[in-house]
Design a protein around this ligand. Structure first.
Ligand SMILES: [Zn+2]
Length: 267
């Protein structure tokens, strides 16, 4: 019995499956991780563009660096499409097994694939959050990226202030909004919900995450402590190897279609 059939049997025997996903599944859609050589993070220093303070300081001192960083980011998100890993998780939900996706990604791709219950511990880039009252408002991704690109491509008369026009004023209090993402050093979101899912599930699929970014990385351990079966789907060994009952050594986009096939054989 191979790892796919073993995993499929474990899923069929379980009552509540939750997935925990990380940068690896987004990387398969073309969104680079910090560890990818030659990617965005080889060209830009996370200290300069990855924190709110760094971003503000860099915006004043090196506006063109911010412009180039944001333009490259916009182009990456425009190109990034849902991949078979995201689609497989949606299918697992349709088959009645998967209840929730807990993701560390901010790219909205699980929702675009059709997953209906997504917990985003690092927020969502395509949602505005009022800095005054905290209320959130989903944004039109395609429109937002197109408008951002139009501003960022005008190298000659680029001003950082123009980017603030991209986000709407809060409809409740007229406060200024910011993207609803967790920057380095900021508290994560929905952590109690993520831990509640970890406590209530009896099987957790861990996909495309190496388990380095805390506190989110503690979620699978919480599930394990509560006697959930942990399945690791990752092309490389990672920190969850010792707590995993099965290990599928493949990217999510390769593994999920095979796992769905193995599951359908059992149904
Ligand atoms: Zn507000």
């Amino acid at each position: 019995m191979n790892e796919y059939h073993k995993t499929a049997e474990l899923i069929v025997q379980s009552k509540r499956v939750v997935a925990f996903t990380g940068a690896g599944i987004s990387a398969e859609s073309g969104i680079p991780t910090f560890r990818d050589p030659g990617g965005l993070w080889d060209q830009f220093d996370p200290d300069e563009v990855g924190t709110t303070g760094g971003l503000l300081t860099t915006a004043v001192r090196k506006p063109d660096l911010i412009r180039r960083f944001l333009l490259q980011s916009v182009e990456i998100f425009e190109r990034a499409k849902v991949n078979p890993g995201h689609q497989g998780l949606k299918q697992l939900e349709e088959l009645g097994f998967l209840k929730t996706v807990i993701t560390q990604n901010i790219d909205n791709l699980h929702q675009e694939a059709g997953s209906s219950n997504v917990i985003e511990v690092h927020g969502n880039l395509f949602r505005a959050r009022c800095m005054n009252c905290g209320r959130k408002k989903p944004l039109n991704k395609v429109e937002l990226l197109a408008r951002a690109k139009a501003i960022l491509e005008k190298e000659e008369d680029f001003e950082i202030a123009k980017l603030t026009e991209l986000l709407p004023r809060c409809p409740y209090c007229q406060g200024v909004s910011r993207p609803d993402v967790v920057m380095f050093g900021e508290p994560v979101q929905q952590l109690p919900e993520a831990f509640a899912e970890a406590e209530n599930c009896d099987l957790m699929l861990v996909l495309g995450t190496t388990g380095l970014v805390y506190p989110a990385a503690a979620v699978p351990y919480q599930a394990y402590e509560n006697n959930a079966c942990i399945i690791e789907i990752n092309p490389t060994d990672n920190y969850y190897h010792s707590i995993s009952k099965a290990h599928i050594s493949a990217p999510a986009g390769i593994a999920m279609p095979k796992l769905i096939d193995a599951l359908k054989d059992l149904l």
